[in-house]
Design a protein around this ligand. Structure first.
Ligand SMILES: *[C@@H]1O[C@H](CO)[C@@H](O)[C@H](O)[C@H]1NC(C)=O
Ligand SMILES: *[C@@H]1O[C@H](CO)[C@@H](O)[C@H](O)[C@H]1NC(C)=O
Ligand SMILES: *[C@@H]1O[C@H](CO)[C@@H](O)[C@H](O)[C@H]1NC(C)=O
Ligand SMILES: *[C@@H]1O[C@H](CO)[C@@H](O)[C@H](O)[C@H]1NC(C)=O
Ligand SMILES: *[C@@H]1O[C@H](CO)[C@@H](O)[C@H](O)[C@H]1NC(C)=O
Ligand SMILES: *[C@@H]1O[C@H](CO)[C@@H](O)[C@H](O)[C@H]1NC(C)=O
Ligand SMILES: *[C@@H]1O[C@H](CO)[C@@H](O)[C@H](O)[C@H]1NC(C)=O
Ligand SMILES: *[C@@H]1O[C@H](CO)[C@@H](O)[C@H](O)[C@H]1NC(C)=O
Length: 337
């Protein structure tokens, strides 16, 4: 059987886009001598648990025990409960949900309509969240400085669900507009649940991370036990442009030499990202560290000799039974026979 000519290939470095996965290696998360966690929540700089450990007051996290849970919980600016911080420019806020409950005779049992108000530098993400109303006799609105969106949720007056144009059975969802830092949710009922033949006499309204809430009819009753739901919030540094920010190297937040300045698609200021081939925390002086692609089979496809380089890697084929295979970076054993 004919054998292909042996080839010696010295392949160009292949560059992979870096992903700020906060778990892979041991790059520093926080400034030196600063705590990196609140309970089990990682707190990467520019966020920090003291004034010295955070970039400024907008990134100051308070870590405190709540009387009810006896677990450490993280609060942004002492008031906004958060469950997660991502260096990609997002945090998850645990937001109280609004509810409105009635007794069978239509008298109000309990009602709470919390306001969603974020500080400067923070915006509710417009594509990752949904304004949601769950209920059998409810309508409501979400409004910001320049918009008002309505939604109607009903189950019909019989136990069977009613369908209609803007009327959704038990649940109604609408997207949120872009650049929204303050939201007001309002929740009403038409007939105080007096005409609803459903065991639930409560309505709920909230903005929620789309992937964290899939409506099922059980939610008409199960939401009674839910206090908070996650909202995805985008953050940025200051309100400068990258160019303005770079003029003052003291205050410029992208401290790692292997980082770049980017604009978020939503909201304020700028963000820092590690350059391709690097990972870590771009907001710290030596925060972005080289990724050793050769160590992680998912990052390279080199069957020959893999050599890590600053920001990339090199794949060479030794002399012998190796060949270029399918794609240019693959250096695989030649199948003889
Ligand atoms: C939080 O509560 C736990 C259990 O009650 C306690 O052991 C811990 O010391 C408290 N931590 C703080 C920071 O108050
Ligand atoms: C927190 O965010 C990180 C980075 O985006 C993500 O990998 C992780 O799954 C998140 N954790 C939770 C509990 O959502
Ligand atoms: C609905 O409840 C509100 C507040 O409790 C009350 O003022 C109103 O009269 C009630 N309406 C009906 C139709 O029961
Ligand atoms: C309400 O629902 C229950 C059980 O689903 C049913 O037995 C009853 O007949 C209904 N009542 C009305 C007035 O529709
Ligand atoms: C909604 O109902 C589903 C199905 O019962 C349940 O798995 C989910 O946890 C409920 N969601 C909330 C937020 O209660
Ligand atoms: C940035 O925000 C500060 C405080 O709100 C404001 O005084 C300043 O004018 C803003 N700068 C720009 C460029 O928007
Ligand atoms: C919202 O979140 C998504 C997914 O995390 C992200 O791609 C997007 O840039 C964010 N901002 C806006 C305005 O959608
Ligand atoms: C190539 O593989 C064959 C069979 O395994 C072996 O006999 C031969 O020596 C190899 N050639 C080189 C240059 O490694």
């Amino acid at each position: 059987m004919a054998i292909n000519k042996f080839m010696i290939l010295v392949l160009l470095p292949i560059i992979f886009s870096s992903k700020s996965v906060v778990s892979i290696s041991n790059f520093p998360l926080a400034k030196p001598h600063c705590r990196e966690h609140c309970g089990n929540i990682p707190i990467p700089y520019p966020f920090g648990l003291t004034e010295e450990c955070s970039l400024n007051k907008y990134f100051l996290i308070t870590c405190k025990n709540t009387s009810r849970s006896h677990r450490l919980q993280a609060y942004l600016m002492n008031s906004i409960h958060i469950s997660n911080i991502s260096l990609d420019g997002q945090i998850r806020v645990l937001q109280e949900i609004a509810h409105d409950c009635y007794a069978p005779d239509g008298t109000s049992v309990s009602r709470k309509i919390p306001l969603i108000s974020l500080p400067h530098h923070y915006n509710v993400n417009s594509t990752a969240n949904m304004f949601t109303i769950v209920g059998c006799d409810n309508y409501g609105f979400v409004s910001g400085s320049s918009f008002l969106i309505d939604c109607i949720a009903t189950c019909g007056t019989e136990d069977n669900f009613l369908e209609g144009a803007r009327v959704e059975m038990g649940c109604c969802q609408r997207p949120i507009p872009i650049e929204t830092s303050s939201l007001e949710v309002r929740l009403y009922t038409s007939d105080n649940y007096t005409k609803v033949n459903h065991s639930s006499k409560c309505g709920y309204a909230f903005v929620v991370e789309d992937s964290a809430f899939r409506f099922s009819p059980e939610n008409l009753t199960s939401l009674r036990n839910v206090k908070k739901l996650p909202v995805v919030v985008d953050w940025g540094i200051m309100n400068d442009s990258c160019l303005e920010a770079q003029r003052n190297s003291n205050s410029y937040a992208c401290k790692s030499s292997n980082s770049d300045c980017h604009y978020p698609s939503n909201g304020f200021g700028y963000r820092c990202l590690c350059k391709e081939g690097y990972e870590g925390n771009p907001y710290l002086p030596h925060g972005c560290q080289d990724i050793d692609e050769c160590k992680d089979p998912s990052l390279h496809n080199c069957k020959g000799y893999c050599e890590n380089k600053e920001g990339s890697y090199k794949c060479s084929c030794p002399k012998g039974n190796f060949t270029r295979d399918h794609s240019p970076d693959v250096c695989s054993l030649l199948d003889i026979l």
